[in-house]
Ligand binder design. Structure first.
Ligand SMILES: [Cu+2]
Length: 481
């Protein structure tokens, strides 16, 4: 977007800050599964967190406890993040979400393939003080998923104030690879926050924050500081989540090593790939192997974010640092073959030659939209209706507008079929594996293919730049029997 157009859209967006609380939100009862693997209490509450020296920061945080089942279902997290849920494919979980945020909320399990009444659609939002009981079976393969609130108009605010946690799924296929585990498997969540007076968080201040997304003045990793991790001269598996509201990174190693990517949003890739750099947008996950065994004691290796487009104005900056602290014992050689992935042939789609096109466009009086429309809680268009059992091709069209939109589709994982590159995207992105969030770059048309084999009902697709999602860049789709 050029400057003049940007100012225009930014100023109209100021008038478009829309927060419509769900009126009279009532808990919807869903049937509970029998024979569950475990039951978890998950509370979202107001908390005072010591983030910086001086005053503590007022935040919203998840805390949890295991009611029944193995204690290993929950692992406490550093900083303000919610506890990490760790389960196995096929596990059945009951999760009791208690909302003590002071406003409406509901939890979405990002990346999990779930029935409509388990997915945290905003129409399921509950009022402060209420409890929503989830009960679901994990149908996903091994992968790094995550959970966060999804009430309409308040997702960005609630995530920004601390409500997010990891959801790790394991399975036998992953076990058999013997990837680095325990202290050699590091979960790293990147977020950024704007700390203001008295160490309090500053959220949206202007239409600019809505149009461009809220960017912080401090990087926060795993809900805390600092950002250095002592490692041994061994191999590590890095499980990365971009949990930020709006900031996209382009990752590269400071020592010039390639990034050894073994997985993305929906789990392992078919084969390990080596990349010079990789784009990493809000909502996305990356699974990366790194070997420090050839390093010297006290070497520093930094994970950098380099400029997305080299315009000469921006500099690389370190977003995490590894300090080689001690000799290693474990030997590890990187596997090449990881998994078998079924790739969905375009000929399987009901609309092989006629993709459903969703235009990502700014609209006067609304802000960023899908097809120029606002979000409507109960509405879907014919285009947003899918027949149960169908495979469809969708296209996100950003031909005419200029910023990155990470598009997230709820329900099962999809595959990226084709990226008709705009002027900036060549070589920036890696689109392999199963995905639930795809970064659409300025000028791009991105085609995805997705199966709608089960779970009829109403789901969401939206931009995962949370200020866009909350404002207007979200729509329903309905899977019809
Ligand atoms: Cu967006």
């Amino acid at each position: 977007m050029d400057r003049r157009n940007f100012i225009k859209t930014a100023s109209i967006a100021t008038a478009a800050i829309s927060y419509s609380p769900v009126v009279g939100a009532k808990e919807k009862l869903v049937p509970l599964l029998t024979g569950v693997t475990g039951e978890i209490d998950l509370n979202a509450t107001k908390m005072s967190v010591q983030m910086l020296s001086g005053d503590p920061t007022d935040m919203l945080c998840f805390d949890g406890s295991v009611v029944s089942g193995k204690n290993s279902l929950l692992r406490s997290s550093p900083g303000y993040l919610g506890p990490t849920i760790e389960a196995r494919a096929g596990d059945k979980l009951n999760i009791n979400f208690k909302n003590q945020t002071g406003e409406d909320s509901i939890v979405h399990w990002h990346g999990l393939h779930l029935p409509e009444d388990q997915d945290g659609h905003p129409s399921y939002a509950i009022e402060n003080g209420q409890t929503h009981k989830y009960s679901f079976e994990i149908e996903n393969r091994a992968g790094l998923y995550w959970y966060h609130p999804h009430p309409h108009g308040r997702t960005g605010y609630q995530v920004y104030h601390g409500l997010a946690g990891l959801f790790v799924v394991r399975d036998e296929e992953e076990d058999a690879l013997n990837l680095p585990s325990d202290e050699n498997e590091l979960f790293i969540v990147f977020q950024d926050r704007h700390f203001g007076k008295n160490n309090q968080l500053i959220y949206i201040q202007s239409g600019h924050d809505i149009m461009m997304g809220k960017i912080g003045n401090r990087l926060v990793v795993n809900g805390s500081f600092p950002m250095t991790h002592k490692v041994k001269k061994e191999a590590y598996r890095l499980r990365l989540l971009n949990g930020g509201n709006a900031l996209t990174y382009r990752l590269q190693w400071s020592d010039g090593s390639p990034i050894h990517l073994i997985g993305t949003d929906g789990g392992l890739l078919e084969k390990r790939v080596e990349l010079e750099s990789i784009l990493f947008a809000p909502g996305e996950r990356l699974d990366v192997l790194v070997d420090f065994s050839s390093k010297q004691i006290d070497d520093d290796v930094e994970l950098l974010s380099i400029p997305i487009v080299d315009n000469g104005n921006s500099q690389p900056f370190a977003i995490y640092q590894f300090n080689v602290g001690s000799e290693g014992k474990k030997q590890f050689s990187f596997p090449n073959k990881l998994s078998s992935l079924e790739s969905i042939p375009p000929s399987e789609a009901v609309n092989e030659n006629d993709p459903k096109v969703f235009s990502l466009i700014p609209k006067q009086g609304i802000g960023w939209t899908i097809d120029g429309l606002p979000y409507e809680m109960d509405e879907t268009r014919p285009k947003e209706t899918v027949k149960l059992g169908a495979t469809e091709i969708w296209e996100f069209d950003l031909t005419n507008a200029g910023m990155i939109h990470p598009m997230h589709v709820h329900g099962s994982q999809f595959q990226v079929l084709e990226r008709i590159n705009g002027p900036y995207s060549d070589g920036l992105v890696y689109d392999g594996g199963w995905k639930d969030t795809v970064a659409v770059l300025p000028g791009d048309k991105v085609r995805i293919i997705k199966k709608f084999n089960d779970h009829p009902g109403k789901f969401l697709f939206h931009c995962h730049l949370l200020e866009h999602e909350d404002n207007s860049m979200m729509r329903n789709f309905v899977v019809e029997k």
